[in-house]
Design a protein around this ligand. Structure first.
Ligand SMILES: Cc1cc2nc3c(=O)[nH]c(=O)nc-3n(C[C@H](O)[C@H](O)[C@H](O)COP(=O)(O)OP(=O)(O)OC[C@H]3O[C@@H](n4cnc5c(N)ncnc54)[C@H](O)[C@@H]3O)c2cc1C
Length: 296
């Protein structure tokens, strides 16, 4: 056993680390306290010929019931937040494991504006950057300044400077690459604290009102596609699928694009329900909805 192995937990239940509360055990589970520790963990996994993957807040994931044969690296201890200035611009420099809610609270406390629409978004800055999370018509790509990463192929670190050509709706240049985001810098500006607070509260209340937190879930299951003319939730609702369930997974009664874990759902239940919804919509409308949630 190497030091890295000693630092990791064995047979960790991944359902405890996802907002869906679904997922079997990982052989190894590690919470690096620094980028150096993260890099060592990756090196250890590669040398030991062990598969690995990164998890942030686990809020966009369905981890399978058999769990993960390998090492899961969870970033949530990389949670520093500081303010820097670059070319007269104010930047909020956040560890990739900072929760977006903590970032929003930090901004509110320091009267910094720009990230209010992300108030109430579950998960980390790294996960939000990877997914190009979008909240109330604002995407991470609208506020991102730069992101640091480790390229796990070479073991080298690098810095990505925002270039809008690399981004699209729910698409980031980190998807399908070997890069692990270690730090995310957002552009922010001075604002009026009471106004920032008002906005932050509005977005959280709106999410509560829409039932986001009533049951464990991974948020919207399917991407929206302009070519389909309507949001995925409306398409699913119009197909009569509200409340449809398989095992313990259910299309919520109040929002077509939310699948909830309402009664000890398994990943297999969620997968089967996603496929059922896709095939019903395909039969009725002639197109396939594209899942936004990631199956692991
Ligand atoms: C109630 C609810 C509401 C939601 N509302 C929204 C919403 O309004 N808009 C929206 O866009 N999403 C929403 N989501 C989905 C989810 O919260 C976002 O996609 C979030 O940004 C994911 O962050 P995370 O840290 O949880 O990522 P995880 O779920 O942990 O991981 C998601 C993917 O990112 C990768 N990843 C994570 N961290 C890193 C890293 N540091 N480097 C490289 N890859 C990484 C993982 O390997 C995985 O492939 C919602 C989810 C819930 C449960």
């Amino acid at each position: 056993m190497t030091n890295i192995c000693k630092l990791s937990l064995c047979n960790e239940l991944l359902s405890a680390h996802t907002t869906f509360k679904i997922g079997g055990k990982a052989d190894y589970f590690m919470l690096p306290q620094s980028v150096k520790e993260l890099a060592s963990a990756v090196l250890w996994a590669k040398k030991s010929n062990i598969q690995f993957f990164i998890i942030g807040g686990g809020s966009n994931l369905v981890i399978n019931d058999e769990g993960f044969r390998g090492l899961v690296i969870c970033t949530t201890k990389l949670d520093s937040i500081k303010i820097e200035e670059s070319d007269g611009k104010k930047l909020l420099v956040c560890g990739a494991g900072c929760l977006m809610n903590d970032v929003v609270a930090f901004c509110e406390n320091d009267s910094l504006s720009g990230l209010e629409t992300f108030s109430g978004l579950p998960g980390t800055t790294g996960g939000a950057c990877y997914m190009n999370a979008r909240c109330y018509n604002k995407s991470i790509s609208d506020v991102l300044f730069s992101a640091d990463y480790i390229d796990t192929r070479t073991g080298k670190t690098g810095s990505y400077k925002m270039n809008s050509d690399d981004w699209d709706y729910k698409k980031s240049p980190f998807q399908n690459t070997d890069k692990i985001i270690t730090q995310v810098s957002f552009s922010v500006h001075d604002g009026e604290q009471s106004e920032i607070k008002k906005q932050d509260e509005y977005y959280v209340h709106d999410r509560e009102h829409k039932g986001h937190f009533r049951y464990p879930s991974a948020g919207s299951v399917f991407k929206n596609n302009r070519d389909f003319g309507e949001p995925s939730g409306k398409i699913i609702q119009d197909a009569g699928l509200l409340g449809y369930s398989i095992g313990g997974a259910k299309v919520s009664d109040w929002h077509g694009n939310f699948i909830i874990n309402y009664n000890n759902a398994t990943a297999a239940d969620v997968k089967a329900l996603v496929e059922h919804v896709r095939s019903v919509i395909y039969e009725k409308r002639g197109f396939l909805l594209e899942p936004e949630i990631i199956f692991k």
